[in-house]
Design a protein around this ligand. Structure first.
Ligand code: ZN
Length: 312
């Protein structure tokens, strides 16, 4: 009988110890960073972003709608209604389902302006685009991609949550600073930037498709940010057919989160605002978006407005 009691005690001790070990496993794992995944646990995101709002956007938006792709369009509201630009009246309907974003009123080089003129160009553009679309405009791209610390400081506090440069990174990293957001690559590289340099054009095009392939094969979290102008495809070289070729490669991929730029900003902010317990076993999502994270190789969906216990 004595022997049975000691066996029971030993078994109990082992059980209690393993229970303690389980409780502590969250703490033990807490040095492993929580990884952000995109909505539905996807590992890739695609942003298609186009500047200037010229009439060729009509053809581009129609193509994107046909292919089920979403885009962000950066417009100069003072240019709308002038030669080769869209009319003010059409933009609300044309860009339905896409994001309308700022590009300043008149497309100046912001780095050469006084602070008050930077504010005027950005804020008045924002106001007019909001009036035309009846929707909040929360981002922009810099005319000519030009910016510096002075410009960034001037636009901070104007309700601009992201601003894109043209400094291509040729990689799939997430933005470090939303107000100096560097894209991955210009659509088709710098093709046709050097007139008649066909060798250079082919090299640029090959690099663009190589990067597209690398993105589709990427194993870790990857953001492919492609930017350009619809008017570029009107020139020589049958660029519209090339646009369609790219769209066909990139569309309807279950691994890709197709998003506007502000959509991704909102999602990243929702991830950053997740409220974790110190041992990372509990988390509250205060946002209105379901957020997906990977911890220790396991994917967790954290529903909007809910607290979740994470079984790691
Ligand atoms: Zn521009």
């Amino acid at each position: 009988m004595k022997r049975i009691i000691s066996i029971v005690v030993i078994v109990l001790m082992i059980t209690i110890n393993s229970a303690n070990a389980q409780t502590n496993s969250g703490l033990l794992n807490s040095s492993i960073p929580i990884e952000m995944l995109f909505p539905q646990g996807k590992s890739k995101a695609l942003i298609l972003s186009f500047d200037d709002g010229m009439v060729a956007d009509r053809k581009l938006v129609k193509l994107m709608n046909d292919y089920g792709l979403v885009g962000t369009f950066h417009l100069n509201s003072n240019k709308l209604g002038t030669k080769d630009y869209l009319t003010k009246e059409e933009i609300k309907n044309l860009y339905k389902g896409h994001e309308v974003s700022g590009h300043t009123l008149n497309h100046p080089n912001l780095t050469s302006l006084s602070k008050i003129d930077v504010i005027y160009e950005v804020l008045e553009d924002r106001k007019e685009l909001e009036r035309l679309t009846a929707f909040p405009v929360r981002g922009m791209s810099y005319p000519f991609g030009n910016t510096n610390d002075f410009v960034v400081e001037a636009i901070s506090g104007l309700g601009i949550e992201y601003a894109r440069t043209v400094g291509d990174t040729y990689n799939f990293s997430m933005p470090v600073d939303f107000l100096i957001w560097q894209p991955t690559i210009h659509l088709f590289g710098k093709t046709n930037y050097i007139p008649n340099d066909t060798a250079n054009d082919s090299r640029e095009l090959a690099q663009f498709y190589q990067l597209t392939t690398d993105f589709l094969k990427a194993n870790s979290v990857a953001l492919f940010y492609v930017w350009g102008h619809s008017w570029e495809y009107e020139g020589p070289g049958n660029k519209w057919a090339e646009v369609e070729t790219f769209f066909e490669i990139i569309l309807k991929n279950p691994d890709i989160y197709y998003t506007t730029q502000i959509g991704l900003v909102d999602y990243i902010n929702a991830f950053k605002n997740l409220k974790f317990s110190t041992d990372k076993t509990m988390v509250t999502n205060l946002s209105s978006m379901d957020v997906f994270v990977k911890i220790n190789g396991k994917v967790h969906a954290i529903e909007a407005g809910r607290t979740k216990i994470l079984n790691q």
